[in-house]
Design a protein around this ligand. Structure first.
Ligand code: 3PG
Length: 306
């Protein structure tokens, strides 16, 4: 019987685990559940005889991959796969996959939740501002960016986007003004919603220059990855520009400094919360389980990333 390990330090909603179990049961596979593990050793121990793994932001290092000699496929139930050592996977003939799009709506909704919390001053009873009529810049127009645009249209925001990989005609069709450079986007918009992946090119790429290009009282909303920020540049920009704000799904490493120096100008989540909904967990979890069965039974490599 094939064994599939679900290793999640931040567990899926129970309904998602039920959905995964159902898919695996039907295929005649065994589900092994490792939730809220506290060390890599715990994970390595159960990884020793599994054929497949489903993870979230869990760090699938070379150490973990090497500890799983029977492993054939690992699926990141989510979009970003910067937490998987792809080289180790390839070296061990392990296929790595993600489940793009499955949790996008949840992330987009969180971006608006954070914006509303900010403009309504944390619901503290004082007068705030509105989103209607403000300019929203979508930095990367992929699965999440599209949901962000859909919601923003409902709020009556003016939409702009920068994404060199997306056809401008497609953006225009969606009522979005495509801009040619990152700088032009940051210069033009009251809010920027960031949806770039974290990779060697993007890590540390959003910093002083882009932040200080933003108009008065502008807000950067980062529901992507904290690693894409140049945190030194962020602090410098927030120091020089006392009007700009930074909202982030998971706090930056410089959280303490921002909290001390810039009260009222930030919102940080306690853990990465973007995909932390029952619906997103169900969608991504079931997609991951289905992809594993399809790969092991039919060799289907859709969504392979290595
Ligand atoms: C993703 O890349 O899909 C999101 O960041 C979600 O991550 P999570 O599953 O760890 O919440």
């Amino acid at each position: 019987m094939k064994k599939v390990l679900v290793a999640t330090e931040k567990p899926f909603a129970p309904a998602a685990v039920d959905g995964i179990r159902e898919v695996l049961d039907k295929a005649g596979y065994e589900l092994i559940l490792l939730e809220k593990y506290t060390s890599a050793d715990q994970w390595k121990e159960v990884a020793a005889d599994v054929d497949a793994m489903i993870i979230r932001s869990d760090k699938a290092t070379a150490d973990i991959i090497n500890a799983a000699p029977r492993l054939k496929v690992i699926v990141r139930a989510g979009a970003g796969y910067d937490n998987i050592d792809l080289e180790a996977c390839t070296n061990n003939s392990v296929v790595a996959m993600n489940t793009p799009g499955q949790n996008s709506n949840a992330v987009a909704e969180l971006a608006f939740g954070m914006m509303l919390y900010q403009v309504r001053k944390g619901f503290d009873g004082t007068s705030g501002t509105e989103l209607r009529g403000k300019k929203l810049g979508i930095h990367a127009y992929g699965n999440i960016g599209k949901y962000v645009a859909e919601i923003a249209r409902g709020f009556g925001m003016d939409l702009y986007a920068f994404d060199p990989f997306v056809d401008k005609a497609e953006m225009e069709q969606d009522g979005i003004k495509p801009l040619d450079t990152e700088k032009a986007l940051y210069e033009s918009c009251d809010f920027i919603s960031l949806h770039i992946p974290a990779n060697e090119k993007t890590k540390g790429s959003i910093g002083y220059e882009l932040l200080t290009a933003m108009p008065p009282k502008a807000t950067l909303v980062n529901t992507a990855r904290k690693e894409v920020m140049d945190e030194e540049g962020l602090i410098k920009a927030m120091t020089e520009r006392q009007d700009i704000r930074y909202l982030s799904d998971v706090a930056p490493s410089c959280r303490a400094e921002i909290e001390e120096k810039f009260p009222g100008r930030f919102v940080f989540t306690a853990k990465k919360m973007g995909a932390q909904t029952a619906e997103a967990n169900i969608n991504a979890g079931i997609a991951a389980a289905t992809q594993i069965v399809n790969y092991l039974e039919k060799g289907d490599e859709t969504f392979k990333v290595n």
